[in-house]
Design a protein around this ligand. Structure first.
Ligand code: GTP
Length: 352
């Protein structure tokens, strides 16, 4: 039986007032998103955002306002996504070609992502292209310091759109970017001035198969190697990790850890490591991205996990450059470096 084509789906999140609706307004004016269906989740009875998104085909906006889609009305989101196929079709043909979900400013995107990825029916019909998080440069230092939701929104992002840069000086802008980098060292940061941003980065997002060619590889896992330092001598010298976050700046339990492995690993070691990793880490692991140099393979193995879900691993046919080191990034909530590094032991023990 022919599989129905999966509709690309974008999750737009970002803290209160960070510019989500302003951005949406720009997107829906662009031909690439002119047939997008927008699902807007708002808190409270006086929801307004759906009225603020101006577009020609107004019926392509669905409002979910009886609660937050990350908690109380997660079921409503699943039902809405199931129903829109027939609700928004004419003569049996769907009238939309993309779906954008705008969360409330206080939403934790992780449970929404779980619903989108683990609900089999939804998975058959929708292809999650990525999570886009708006960060308000004028307020980010405060919100990222105070609000766990804001941190989680940044931590799980595939693309960060930095808004309101017109309201801050270069020093603050740089500081904000450093804070974002600490929470999510791999998400590209792009600016969005009053909602205007290059849509190419958005259209290139592919959360399910983020890297299909070597060209995309360096940007997908582009953390700065200069931050690496060897682990303590009693541990293995083959593993290098990111420098610790600056004291005082990172009170959050959400933290990114990056590692580099100097030697190729065996396939058996990778399998052993992955078998124990996800069950052991549970929801403390928000995101895993890894490029591994596996013995006997011509190119890198690309591993991509989101919480309990490990996306199918891919092996590329070649390396993008001369760097053959394995690189791993973990974005975690409440995990210690020690626990994480113990979990990496299978990769280290079986190195050659
Ligand atoms: N100066 C400036 N203002 C901006 C920019 N982007 C958005 N705004 C303004 O910020 C305010 C909030 O923007 P919204 O798009 O409503 O933010 P939101 O994230 O949808 O807000 P909530 O729905 O409350 O979470 C509006 O007044 C926008 O005009 C920007 O780049 N620069």
């Amino acid at each position: 039986m022919r599989q129905p084509q999966r509709t690309p789906l974008y999750l737009l999140t970002g803290f209160l007032g960070s510019g989500k609706t302003t951005l949406l307004n720009q997107w829906v004016q662009d031909p690439a998103f002119s047939k997008a269906l927008v699902i807007i989740n708002e808190f409270g009875e006086t929801s307004l955002d759906h009225l603020l998104v101006s577009r020609s085909t107004e019926e392509q906006i669905v409002e979910l306002s009886n609660g937050c889609i990350c908690c109380t009305i997660r079921g409503d989101l699943a039902k809405t996504l199931s129903d829109i196929g027939w609700r928004f079709s004419r003569n049996g043909v769907k009238s939309f070609d993309k779906v954008i979900i705008e969360t409330t400013g206080l939403a934790d995107p992780s449970p929404i992502l779980n619903t989108l990825i683990s609900n089999e029916k939804l998975f058959q019909h929708y292809r999650l292209q990525g999570t886009i998080t708006t960060v308000d440069a004028a307020n980010a230092l405060h919100t990222l310091d105070r609000y766990r939701e804001a941190k989680r929104q940044v931590a799980v992002a595939d693309l960060i759109l930095l808004t309101k840069l017109d309201l801050v000086n270069a020093e603050v802008a740089q500081h904000v970017q450093q804070q974002i980098y600490r929470l999510n060292p791999t998400a590209p940061i792009q600016q969005a001035l009053r909602g205007v941003t290059a849509l190419s980065a958005l259209l290139e997002l592919d959360h399910v198969e983020p890297v299909q060619s070597t060209t995309a590889l360096p940007t997908w896992l582009s953390f700065r190697a200069v931050q690496f330092e060897p682990l303590a001598q009693e541990q293995t010298p083959a593993l290098l990790r990111c420098a610790e976050p600056e004291p005082g700046l990172h009170k959050s339990s959400i933290q990114a850890f990056c590692y580099q492995l100097e030697h190729p690993v065996r396939l058996q070691a990778v399998e052993q490591w992955l078998d124990i990793l996800l069950p052991q880490m549970g929801h403390q692991l928000l995101r895993l991205k890894a490029i591994l140099n596996v013995e006997g393979f011509p190119g890198p193995m690309v591993i991509h996990g989101v919480q309990q879900l490990l996306h199918p691993t891919a092996v590329l046919t070649q390396w993008p450059d001369d760097d053959r080191q394995s690189k791993l990034v973990f974005i975690t909530d409440g995990l210690t470096a020690e626990k994480l590094e113990v979990s990496l032991q299978p990769l280290l023990k079986l190195t050659v």
